[in-house]
Design a protein around this ligand. Structure first.
Ligand SMILES: [Zn+2]
Length: 471
């Protein structure tokens, strides 16, 4: 069999790996969107390196857009097979893909309007863009999903069995293990998806995968260690007190709608229950994050013991008196006209799209305010730019002075750091024949490769985009 890396190869976006068995059966592992606003991601999102109609099945590791965001496009372009995922991933995909479709429709509208202006000015014949997919493509996509439980071998066909195990990364996230029989022998292939971290809020700890002959492994944080999680609660409380009580400003937290936002709400819920949140209004300004709340509460099978215990005290861990969910654009704008101390949690986490950009625009020039960065930002994103604390930031055609504080908290990361990843695969030592590193910046991957070597793993490759590896 062979595997071709169609995305997340020497980069952290567009996860998509195609496994082709000797008999021609084609399994796609993830079908993620290349995120980013540049021309490069647009081009990558507009082509397939395979024929969608030739794919037999898709297996998705978790609901993040960079792992599932091209599924509707795959279906629209001719994919006829089944999509396997855990039950929570399927439910999150239902809301997430619809949101992604809406964003694309809006983005294209904006782009084409600009294009029209440019056409008039420069008298050039520029091609308008069409969205990768629209809301209408979501329903046919969702009909293809088969939800699977964790920890149960599922028969895909005579030669292929599939096993999902909790990856502890986001709700429903799973590592994928495949047992494949061909030419009279059986091989096990592991795909880590994104590896979570132990002791995180809400979710169970990641569980090491069954031993694999070949392992496709993420490497996002392969060159660093996260700060300790033990003082996360206190650190967050300190930032809240410093911004909202001392400086009387706004605390703005850019956060991924699915996962990070719910974790922060849950921690603030604990603060409110303990009576230490001091009546500061908290706004969750992301329709997708709001839609994800009922999906979380519908999947207690993904919760850890601490969360189950907490729910005996408080049956609604995502709701307290001063918490407001803002759905409409008018409500969102109203938060900005209010100058009183407040906490605003909004998406996107990397600040490349969404309402957070308006909060950045309206609040970055006021030194009373703080931007708390809690997640990964790709190097070319607005979030990463802000973290470098520039003098000015360019937004909506204007240069804004960066006078607000920018604080970083690494401990919220949903990705294992290098030590956690090494712990996670320690059971594979002496067994795994080949490790293929994906989902990481190339420099990080090279550092992680030597770390792996140092820890007794051989035969590690870092495939480049479109590289074909025989197994
Ligand atoms: Zn992820």
């Amino acid at each position: 069999m062979q595997i071709r890396f169609n995305g997340a190869a020497r980069q952290v976006t567009g996860s998509c790996h195609l496994l082709t068995l000797n008999n021609g059966f084609k399994i796609l592992l993830d079908c993620g969107l290349f995120q980013g606003h540049g021309k490069q991601s647009w081009l990558e999102n507009n082509k397939w390196n395979f024929k969608p109609e030739e794919i037999d099945v898709v297996i998705v590791s978790h609901a993040h857009t960079d792992h599932t965001g091209r599924l509707p496009q795959l279906v629209r372009d001719g994919f006829k097979g089944r999509i396997y995922s855990t039950s929570a991933t399927k439910d999150l995909c239902a809301i997430m893909l619809l949101d992604s479709a809406k964003i694309q429709e809006k983005d294209i509208e904006w782009y084409n309007d600009k294009l029209l202006d440019k056409r008039k000015k420069e008298k050039k014949d520029l091609e308008p863009r069409v969205p990768l997919y629209t809301s209408e493509d979501i329903e046919p996509t969702m009909r293809k999903f088969i939800s699977c439980p964790y920890e149960k071998w599922i028969k895909v066909n005579e030669d292929v069995d599939l096993f999902f195990r909790d990856a502890g990364h986001i709700l429903g996230s799973a590592t994928v293990t495949l047992r494949i029989r061909e030419n009279g022998s059986e091989k096990t292939i592991g795909f880590t998806g994104d590896i979570g971290r132990p002791d995180r809020p809400i979710l169970k700890d990641p569980i090491p995968m069954p031993e694999a002959d070949y392992l496709i492994m993420e490497s996002t944080y392969g060159d660093r260690l996260h700060e300790s999680k033990s003082d996360q609660f206190d650190q967050l409380l300190h930032v809240i007190e410093n911004t909202c009580l001392k400086k009387k400003g706004k605390l703005i937290i850019p956060a991924f709608s699915i996962g990070r936002t719910q974790e922060i709400i849950y921690i603030m819920d604990q603060m409110a229950t303990a009576g230490i949140l001091q009546k500061i209004p908290v706004y969750v300004d992301s329709p997708l994050a709001i839609n994800a709340i009922p999906v979380f509460t519908a999947h207690p099978e993904c919760f850890d013991k601490e969360m189950h215990d907490y729910m005996l005290l408080d049956s609604n861990p995502f709701g307290f008196n001063d918490l407001h969910y803002t759905r409409s654009v008018e409500e969102s704008k109203a938060i900005n006209s209010n100058r009183k101390p407040a906490i605003i949690i909004s998406a996107s986490g990397m600040m490349i799209a969404g309402r957070i950009r308006h909060h950045l625009f309206n609040n970055v020039e006021d030194p009373k305010n703080t931007f708390l960065m809690v997640g990964y930002c790709s190097p070319d994103s607005t979030g990463a730019h802000l973290m470098r604390q520039p003098e000015t930031i360019h937004l909506f055609g204007e240069d804004k002075m960066v006078r607000a504080d920018v604080v970083r908290m690494d401990s919220f990361s949903a990705h294992a750091d290098k030590k956690e990843m090494l712990d996670f695969i320690s059971n594979q030592k002496g067994h795994v024949e080949k490790i293929m590193l994906v989902h990481g910046e190339y420099e990080t991957q090279k550092a992680f490769k030597s770390e792996l070597r140092h820890n007794g793993f051989d035969h590690i490759i870092i495939p480049e985009m479109n590289e074909l590896v025989w197994l």
